[in-house]
Design a protein around this ligand. Structure first.
Ligand code: MG
Ligand code: NI
Length: 482
């Protein structure tokens, strides 16, 4: 076993550290995905006027600022007890569709795409965004262009794309003009063209090549959590639906989430393990998991009865005919991601065609009071819950935030363990193991510290391998050869 030099990619800090414990035979006894998170937002929002939170919490993350911005706005609406104007809901959702497309296209083509376009066994030197540009330059150009358009949709609506401040308790601060709506329609149309192209391309050129891998890849069985409105997929608003592995489900209002979701704690990671309380005592034992559910694209595609826009719903029907409901195969997160991208483009066009969208009355006045308010949205990476409590002056007394990646924590650990067990036998492991473990993590599109730390399409993963005595016998990094 040799120790290999860590290349500069690691100067961005490891966000996930995977430890693998081998038994005397050199097979996998246990694995852990350690996440060293230091967001601290739940603590330092305390004492602030609650109306500042939508502007503060979007700084949690430069990748998902709109998710935090909107979940926070909704929690504030609830704290102030205000029903916002319907045009404000539509403007929030419209901007969010732009954000979602921008995020999903990033993940599919730039973060995960290299594993599939170049292949999971391709050398790391080409298994990255530069490799994509070299191999499929025309598609890469469209990827960049469509991400630009989606991002500019949010900017046109909100004044700025990253760390927005346009959504406010009580509504939305910048009505849309007719001229903007006309521009946005053209942008949304081009996003829709690309989204339908992308899923057709993936169904022809990518998924068939990897179907065996998809079917055999680190199988686990879990429940699923996502938002539905009257049973239909909705990314901005609705009730939460908890589906158990057998496909049964129950819906509940997000304000009651504590009755359904517990937060298990392990001493070796800062990331909590949310679980479905009614299932019983939390366990992520691969043989008998209890209470484990997943969020993010595959979960939403599983929990919804159908999708309200025609093209995306057609894709959902095809997906379900192939993989059932709930679909459990982890790599199907990628396929589900493309279905949602089509939905977002279609939904944006629907909202832009709504004559109410230019209504100038986008905001209601709010008055501070002592209250508790819970708001949620589906973030690109899973159900995002913000829960605030204020005193009579409207100052924040308590904050609880559960982000999408946190819901997936137990499932990510299970997937990594299964991937490691399937790939390490008799003490033998190689670079292919690392690729497999990374792909298991990547399918969930995690935002591990919920901050802007993803670089070059890779999540820096460090794997420590211990022998049965607990001695460190090797460390593998992305850029190492073993
Ligand atoms: Mg929390
Ligand atoms: Ni994030």
């Amino acid at each position: 076993m040799k120790q290999i030099v860590i290349q500069p990619v690691t100067r961005i800090e490891g966000h996930a550290k995977v430890t693998i414990q081998l038994d005397d035979q050199g097979n996998v006894a246990d694995t852990r995905v350690n996440v060293v998170e230091l967001r601290g937002f739940e603590r330092f929002c305390i004492g602030r006027p609650v109306e500042e939170l939508p502007r503060i919490v979007c700084r949690i993350c430069g990748v998902c600022p709109w998710a935090h911005h909107l979940a926070s706005s909704k929690a504030c609406d609830a704290v102030f007890g205000v029903e916002i104007p319907s045009v404000a809901k539509k403007l929030r959702e419209l901007a969010y569709m732009g954000h979602f497309m921008h995020s999903h296209i990033l993940h599919f083509f730039i973060l995960s795409g290299p594993d599939f376009v170049m292949g999971p066994d391709a050398d790391y030197s080409i298994r990255n965004v530069v490799g994509i540009i070299q191999k499929v330059p025309d598609i890469a150009k469209r990827v960049v262009r469509t991400r630009f358009l989606a991002q500019m949709m949010t900017q046109l609506l909100g004044g700025k794309a990253i760390h927005p401040d346009v959504s406010v308790p009580g509504g939305w601060s910048k009505p849309a003009t007719k001229k903007e709506v006309d521009q946005l329609k053209e942008m949304a149309k081009e996003c829709l063209d690309f989204s339908t192209f992308a899923i057709d391309f993936a169904k022809k050129e990518i998924f068939p090549k990897y179907l065996d891998l998809v079917k055999s890849f680190a199988p686990i069985e879990t429940g699923f959590l996502g938002t539905v409105k009257d049973g239909v997929l909705n990314l901005y608003d609705g009730d939460l639906r908890m589906m158990t592995p057998d496909g049964k489900y129950e819906d509940f209002a997000v304000k009651d989430y504590l009755d359904y979701i517990g937060e298990h704690i392990e001493p070796w990671t800062y990331l909590k393990f949310p679980y479905y309380k009614k299932a019983g005592q939390f366990s992520m034992d691969l043989g008998n998991p209890v209470g484990i559910y997943r969020t993010n694209t595959l979960a939403r595609i599983n929990v919804c009865d159908h999708i309200a826009t025609p093209l995306a719903n057609k894709e959902l029907e095809e997906f379900r005919a192939n993989f059932g409901r709930p679909a459990q195969l982890t790599l199907l997160y990628h396929w589900a991601r493309l279905i949602e991208t089509v939905y977002c483009a279609e939904r944006a066009m629907e909202l832009l065609d709504d004559p109410e969208i230019t209504d100038p009355n986008t905001r209601k006045a709010v008055t501070p009071r002592a209250a508790r308010g819970v708001g949620s949205v589906e973030a690109p990476r899973g159900t995002l819950i913000h829960d605030y409590e204020t005193d009579e002056k409207g100052l924040v007394k308590a904050v609880n935030i559960i982000v999408g990646t946190t819901h997936n924590n137990a499932a990510i650990n299970m997937s990594v363990k299964k991937a490691a067990q399937d790939n390490i036998k008799g003490g033998k492991y190689d670079q292919a193991l690392l690729n497999t473990v990374e792909m298991a993590i990547r399918a969930y599109d995690p935002c591990l510290s919920c901050a802007t730390h993803e670089l070059d399409g890779r999540i820096p993963v460090k794997i420590d391998v211990f022998d049965s005595e607990g001695q460190l016998v090797g460390t593998v990094m992305e850029d190492e050869q073993v």
